[in-house]
Design a protein around this ligand. Structure first.
Ligand code: SF4
Length: 441
């Protein structure tokens, strides 16, 4: 990042963000420091967009915007339409992990007896400990879904009960929406659409603001333009060499989960897509000398900022997407109000980590097999967390199915992507190195 931009954001962040956002401000400064070291000017727009997202949350109270908190597996389209400030909760509880600032709250949650790594996911568990120490943001409204796991739903329920924030909960059904699926159920989309409409009524009641249909339609139009950009970007990654680095796709998911439905999201996803297309035209890879392509059908190891750069530099290995960055919601027709609701419902059902995890294991198995085939990968790596019981179980049977269908090997290892002390960086590197050197190469 150039010095002028760095100074601009340093200035913008000045002043108090209030006690509940003081950790967010520290995180902002942490990211700003990392971006200052980043010399790749090509990524100035995504970097600035990330900083703007954090700034908008931190300044929302002072600027009189009501805040709604929600989990990472949902898009903010309705909140954008209602003029609410979206706060994807994991910006806080996971965003702290690269700087290890979440760990004191994990320790405090342990001390008070609120779960541990094998029982409750540390992606959201720090929220409870931080709230009890007065360090967590307290939104005006809370929203969460029944998926992708009990762990998340439990952490959010506990937060709801502690904070007494008005809350809406959405039930995400199990069955498939593709008519050719053996798990197809024709009532699923209607069930979701009705919940979306009910949620709109709830939001109107709570905020005393009217839901403007025209604004909703514009939001959905922009949302689907961004989906189109991401679909095209994902398509470019099928090229060899892969035209984007290991973490680029993740940012697409991040933008959809924090500013989906805004013009900023359209612009930044278009920018990411166009950069990848340009690289394909010029035969340029996301890393210098690509030798190995990895499917990563789980989350990043968030505490370990060096893992992907190490893989890239040591083995010429590129991780093609991850379970979040592998955003698979297709663009939809939004020409009528009903179609907008339909698109909203389908987007919720197909969202990253929901589409592949909300039903029988077959969804996940099919997802990983297609991932391996579409992106011509050489191996699959699952850095599995103990609390993520359903995914741990699915990873084992999926790895066997993948080997049977494609002959590609998998590595599954236990670690906590949010806690550097559980399985440290060195141990993770050693496991991956052994797998690559002994099995893949
Ligand atoms: S990582 Fe697993 S346990 Fe944690 S929120 Fe995601 S699905 Fe749930």
């Amino acid at each position: 990042m150039d010095e002028e931009t760095y100074q601009k954001y340093k200035k913008l962040a000045r002043g108090s963000w209030g006690k509940e956002f003081s950790l967010l401000k520290m995180m902002f400064n942490g990211f700003l420091g990392l971006m200052r070291e980043e010399e790749d000017m090509e990524f100035e727009l995504p970097m600035e967009t990330i900083l703007n997202i954090l700034l908008n949350i931190g300044k929302a109270r002072k600027q009189g915007r009501k805040i709604i908190m929600y989990p990472f597996n949902y898009g903010p389209e309705l909140f954008v339409t209602m003029g609410l400030q979206p706060l994807m909760q994991e910006i806080f509880s996971v965003g702290l992990a690269p700087f290890h600032m979440n760990e004191p709250y994990l320790d405090f949650s342990n001390e008070i007896g609120y779960g541990d790594n094998p029982t409750l996911c540390n992606a959201s568990r720090p929220l409870v400990g931080a709230y009890m120490q007065g360090a967590a943001p307290v939104p005006d409204y809370l929203f969460f879904l029944s998926t992708p796991c009990n762990s998340l739903a439990m952490n959010y329920q506990v937060f709801e009960s502690l904070s007494n924030v008005p809350t809406y909960n959405m039930d995400v059904p199990y069955w498939a929406i593709e008519e050719d699926s053996e798990f197809y159920d024709g009532k699923v989309v209607e069930y979701m659409t009705n919940q979306c409409k009910d949620f709109v009524t709830w939001l109107e009641d709570q905020t005393k603001e009217k839901f403007e249909i025209e604004k909703f339609q514009q939001t959905m139009l922009r949302l689907n333009q961004a989906r189109e950009n991401i679909r095209d970007f994902n398509e470019t990654l099928k090229n060899v060499p892969c035209p984007a680095g290991s973490q680029t796709g993740f940012w697409n998911w991040f933008f959809m989960s924090t500013i989906g439905g805004t013009q900023e999201a359209v612009d930044v996803t278009k920018f990411v897509r166009d950069s990848a297309i340009e690289n394909v035209k010029e035969g340029v890879g996301g890393i210098e000398d690509e030798k190995l392509r990895i499917a990563w059908p789980y989350t990043h190891v968030f505490f370990d900022r060096d893992l992907f750069p190490w893989l890239e530099e040591t083995y010429g290995a590129i991780a093609i997407l991850d379970i979040l960055g592998n955003y698979q919601v297709e663009p939809h027709n939004t020409s009528t109000l009903e179609k907008c609701y339909d698109s909203l419902a389908r987007g919720t059902l197909d969202y990253s980590m929901i589409g592949s995890c909300r039903g029988p294991a077959e969804y996940y198995i099919e997802y990983v097999i297609n991932y391996v085939k579409d992106y011509k990968v050489d191996c699959v790596i699952y850095p599995m967390q103990y609390a993520c019981k359903h995914a741990f179980a699915m990873a084992r049977i999926t790895s066997e199915a993948v080997r049977e269908a494609t002959g590609i090997p998998s590595l599954i290892f236990g670690c906590d992507p949010y806690d550097s002390r559980e399985v440290p960086h060195e141990a993770i590197q050693a496991k991956i190195a052994e797998f690559i050197e002994q099995v893949v190469l």
